[in-house]
Design a protein around this ligand. Sequence first.
Ligand SMILES: [Zn+2]
Length: 656
Amino acid sequence: MKLTTCTYYALAASLLTLATAPPVLAQSAAPDGPTKVKTKHKRGQEAAPTASVVSAAAPTLTDYSLPYAASITPAGLKADLDVLASDAYEGRETGKKGQKMAADYIAKAFAADGLVGPVPGSDNPYLQHFTMNRVPIDPASTMQVGGKTYTLGKDFYVLVPGSFAGSPLTVKPVFVGYGIKEDKYSDLATAPAVGSDLVVLLGQPLNKAGQPLLGPASPYGGSGLRALGARTAFMIPLQPHAVFLIAPTAAQFGQAPKELAQVLGREQLAFADQPAPAGACIVLVSPALGAALLGTTPSGLTQYEKGVAAAGKPIASGFKPAAASVRLKQKKEPFTTENVLGYLEGTDKKDEVVVLSAHYDHLGIKNGVVYNGADDDGSGTVSVLAMARAFVQAKKDGHGPRRSILFLANVGEEEGLLGSQYYTDHPVFPLANTVTDLNIDMVGRVDSLHQGKGDYVYLVGDDRLSQELHTLSEATNQQYNPVALDYKYNDPNDPEHIYERSDHYNFAKHNVPIIFYTSGLHPQYHQATDDVELIDFPAMARRDQLVFHTAWAVANRDQRIMVDEKYRSTGFAPTPADLERYVGTYASAQIPLKITFIKDGTTLKAQATGQPAFALEPVSQGVFKVDQAGLQVQFDPAKPAFTLKQGGKEYPFTKE
Ligand SMILES: [Zn+2]
């Protein structure tokens, strides 16, 4: 599962949602309840009992799926994971040696099972290669404030380069206090215009007694990931152009390389054929640099903090921020990487494809330590391998699926869902015929909310695009040894935004119904300690069996899973002349946002200030929509203008 969430749509800012580990380090519980699965210890040799066993028991209403589901066993899963999550695989970092080894392992497993490699024109038909650039930030990057030059790694750290990558930019800082939006304390009351360069004081407001104003459990203290993540709710509505976070003290700024290693240790990756990533630039600055940005001194910042403590609420700062110039240099190192695909052809509905996916990449080696990613997402990868074997055996026994199944091991997930983005932008099988993606990411643990409470799995997204899929999923679970289905993370308001944090999201963007399966976050998430020893294999096998049964049902039912009516394509195609007419930059008197429309082939794309371009789906004459953003654009037939509709509001725009 990826760390950050970026929403690539015009009215949602591209900002960090920094994941926070649950506070309690709960040891993975021993498997509760008996497991009725045979365990053999040879990889890929799990019993795939012949269907005649069940046929004999139920000669008329045979459910052929049962023995194949039972062939997914804890021992079989462990045998694969012992290899893929071993130190030899070097944490499977995208583009690095360990990733190549893992791709080779998965491709060979698919081939040995008898799956077809479906990638046309590839040197290895199981591998979908593509080229990316690694774009690390050059240590020579600088900031200039008031004639003084500040250097990267000494005065500031770049958390997200965003749209600043590669270009010197002038910023006009606006101070927004602690950057907190809570009922009891809100810096939003005097919030600046959308698209500003925000300067945020980290740490938290205190009361007169020197205690945290928002209570001892407030997440805002310090400058770690938790304190940054807590500010997302404040930042998103402001769609900042840049965010400068001032470390509370010089000592805490000095801790940044350690505290923020997860973010600072990441090298940005970008598709070779696409422009550099857009979105807000997020920088952590020292108190000295922060004070300079605000036209004050570190003691001026302290005075502000004292003023807040005395007033018990946000106060006017009196700061006179200075314009600054930020010059982030990036290197460009091209490399090739690959998704791994295995294809099982269906029978009478073989043109329709069900995708079973997981990402096989992880975080690599940091400071000499291998991040094995046993749960993230070694667990999903070996689950896909196990399901592939089960479906292949079923087909060999004459019970192959009616629809085809694509087993898809994605690369680049940790770097921003890149492999699945590449696949959905370059699908081997048309997305229009792709009926569902069942995606598995981190299914090998028992999280703190479910310790000792029996089998469970979180389902995310199953009802977002297709009520039919939700109904099928629930019914399937009821039919086979049910596990508790937890929809906590399916709440669109859940702060973790899990729906946007794994590969299914790229399918959902194309209106392919998805279900995302996960056992949730845990203290070892994105840590070097995410190891095989902590995996609960029996719990994982039961989750996989549910995914398998669901895939079986989706692949074999008479009617394909349909997206809900409102998400269906109308098939409307605007004329090239119409598209040409919409092209241009538009502004609104109501919101400080400019939107530029571009014609890309037969597609109309939109780009908002500081955001990546995204495609609009034509609905009817002059009307376009983006379902994932709940957004509609309606062009005026007579004038160069359009109305943007989102969240029950309407904003008129006219061409500049
Ligand atoms: Zn992850």
